[in-house]
Design a binder for this molecule. Structure first.
Ligand code: SF4
Length: 325
């Protein structure tokens, strides 16, 4: 396959097929730079050399009823870190700090299966308070959501809601048994139906096959995800998946290139696990992806804002100033 020519065809409107996506994941290490260059052609056409920074805040941690095998916040995991909702003022202060770092978006997350009515009341107030105080887009991630709940969040001024499909429909039951892939899909659809932007991605490295990765990329296209965070499994002590091996960096880069080919116009984010799984190859991930989390993740620290800026500037990228867009 001539991947550079194929990227031109994608840009001209001929989408990648599932067989081609699989072929991309089967390319050799000798072809890696060509594949990344091809993905970059698509990324550059739609996003230039800009990088959208996101700052994530875990506003309530741990004690979750669900049994996601990768998650240290599950009550089934042998971990201790749990805390109640942080005060609204602290969450707003975090938004100010994120805007100061030129983050496009502030992502507020709470552990749990789905929000209670009291959670939703409180979080609507948080959204109003952040939007009144700070010029930043707001994303929430609170678990499963009904259409009515999504509509309430939209009315409160929320811009975007995150709910990941995580993996393929086939592999999902191996990762979680307390809710289903269909539950997750229903939430993603409710978010779109409410007129919110949908942030919806996955977590690679949970023992899935490359066919599962392709299935996820196409499912995200079908659900019309506006933003696709690709998390990279960094096994957490005490979780069911703690003994799984880390992903190989070249496989991560191939997967990101495949996600870009299948979802050419969508924001593609290198999410949790970036430093642990890519190490010195992090900058190469910016060729397919146009977004990253800075300042750490839900339960693990990142390399920090200064190192992130050095990383992207060193490779000739720049922080996208969304206020100028
Ligand atoms: S629902 Fe979310 S917080 Fe709960 S165990 Fe699963 S990933 Fe963790």
């Amino acid at each position: 396959m001539n991947w550079l020519a194929r990227s031109e065809q994608v840009l001209a409107g001929t989408p990648l097929t599932a067989d081609e996506a699989l072929a991309l994941l089967r390319t050799t290490d000798d072809e890696l730079l060509t594949v990344l260059q091809a993905a970059f052609q698509i990324r550059r056409r739609h996003f230039g050399r800009g990088v959208r920074l996101h700052v994530i805040r875990n506003a309530r941690g741990g004690d979750c009823s669900e049994d996601c095998g990768y998650c240290s916040q599950s009550a089934t995991a042998n971990t201790t870190a749990s805390y109640p909702w942080q005060p609204r003022e602290e969450i707003v202060a975090g938004a100010r700090e994120a805007a100061h770092k030129k983050a496009v978006r502030y992502c507020v997350v709470a552990s749990g299966r789905s929000p209670s009515e009291a959670d939703l009341d409180a979080v609507c107030e948080v959204v109003r308070a952040v939007k009144a105080a700070v010029n930043i887009q707001v994303c929430l991630s609170l678990g499963l959501l009904s259409l009515e709940q999504a509509q309430r969040l939209k009315a409160a001024g929320l811009d975007r809601y995150n709910h990941n499909l995580e993996t393929s429909e086939r592999h999902f039951p191996n990762t979680c048994t307390t809710h289903t892939y269909a539950d997750r899909l229903a939430t993603a659809r409710a978010v779109k139906a409410a007129g919110l932007e949908l942030c919806c991605g996955g977590l690679l490295g949970m023992g899935e096959t490359i066919e599962d990765r392709v299935a996820l990329a196409f499912a995200l296209r079908d659900v019309d995800a506006d933003s696709i965070p690709v998390n990279l499994h960094d096994p957490r002590p005490g979780t069911r998946f703690e003994k799984l091996p880390r992903l190989h960096p070249a496989d991560v880069l191939r997967a990101l290139a495949m996600f870009r080919f299948v979802n050419p116009t969508r924001e593609l984010r290198i999410a949790g696990g970036r430093e642990a799984c890519l190490g010195p190859l992090q900058a190469l991930a910016l060729y397919p992806a146009n977004s990253l989390f800075t300042n750490g993740y839900l339960t693990t620290p990142g390399q920090g804002y200064t190192a992130d800026l050095a990383l992207l500037h060193g490779a000739g990228f720049h922080v996208e100033d969304w206020t100028l867009a």
